[in-house]
Design a protein around this ligand. Structure first.
Ligand SMILES: C[S@@+](CC[C@H](N)C(=O)[O-])C[C@H]1O[C@@H](n2cnc3c(N)ncnc32)[C@H](O)[C@@H]1O
Length: 281
């Protein structure tokens, strides 16, 4: 179905209002290719008719389907390597130290924009594996709360199910982890129930208020800020900081930078990987 300039502007603005995502002028094909299957299915007569049908749907089913379709859920296990080294070699030993000194008994880790769950489950597996190997004296899995959130209800459903096909399993997951934490039924691998219960998932739009999530010791907001406007990105960084204690950790995607926030976060480096800590005043 042909997308006129006017239709493109309508949907571009609508998607931005729904999610904060910025669709550039040259990305018409994105609207066309991702919305076409839904439009065909509901027999929409063009984009204006589709838009009206979305507005008329008080169940928000169509709106949620647009969000699911337009968001990019590309993700993998232990994505980029570096941040996971930081988590294992800097953050977890620091938590063990805090525990030993009696400064903190519970550590909250938030995968904001968790997509289909690989990032949050990678955290759970890494923590469990380190504890099993006796590397974190005093720490037990129940000392951690791991939360994964995403705007896409479809992605969150997959994350909660913890079931992945072979293609998804082959993206970054070491055989050791696959064997230890998954069972295979046919072509599908399912994360162990014990691990599934260690991670909570829920839908959350980062545009909405999230202060009620409470204090976080680590926030991962990776590979999503690149899709937002500078203004929204800056506002989000300020709101993330409000959930953190001085010294709490913040991890971005490998192509993202928190450089503009040096008044709030200290930028640090560990084995060539960048991470951030909320400034101590
Ligand atoms: C490319 S994935 C990144 C997943 C994971 N963090 C990683 O780095 O592998 C980006 C995710 O951000 C989510 N997203 C986009 N806009 C969002 C918003 N306003 N609030 C919450 N999540 C959003 C998308 O649904 C998508 O699952």
């Amino acid at each position: 179905m042909a997308l006129s300039k006017q239709d493109f502007e309508l949907f571009r603005a609508y998607v931005n209002k729904l999610s904060g995502l910025v669709i550039n002028e040259d990305k018409q094909y994105l609207i066309e290719s991702r919305l076409a299957p839904i439009m065909r299915e509901i027999k929409a007569h063009g984009y204006q008719d589709f838009y009206q049908k979305i507005q008329a749907d008080k169940t928000l089913t169509l709106q949620n389907r647009v969000v699911d379709a337009i968001t990019t859920h590309e993700t993998l296990w232990f994505r980029d390597g570096g941040p996971w080294r930081v988590f294992e070699e800097v953050i977890l030993p620091n938590f063990a130290e805090q525990m030993r000194k009696g400064h903190n008994q519970r550590f909250k880790v938030w995968s904001a924009a968790s997509s289909t769950g690989q990032e949050a489950y990678s955290l759970a597996m890494l923590i469990d594996n380190n504890i099993c190997q006796g590397k974190l004296p005093g720490l037990r899995p129940e000392h951690f709360e791991i939360l994964g959130t995403d705007i896409s209800s479809g992605a969150i459903e997959t994350a909660i199910a913890g079931r992945y096909n072979q293609l998804e399993m082959n993206r970054g997951l070491a055989l050791e982890y696959k064997t230890k934490y998954f069972s295979q039924v046919g072509n599908i691998c399912e994360i162990e129930e014990k691990m599934r219960r260690r991670v909570k998932f829920r839908t959350l739009n980062l545009q909405d208020d999230f202060l009620s999530l409470g204090r976080m010791d680590v926030i991962l907001c990776r590979n999503v800020l690149i899709y937002f406007s500078e203004e929204f990105k800056n506002q989000l960084m300020r709101r993330f900081a409000m959930l953190m204690n001085p010294g709490s950790y913040f991890l971005l995607g490998s192509t993202e930078s928190g450089l503009g926030h040096s008044h709030t976060f200290d930028m640090r480096e560990h084995k060539s990987s960048i991470y951030y800590q909320l400034k101590k005043i």
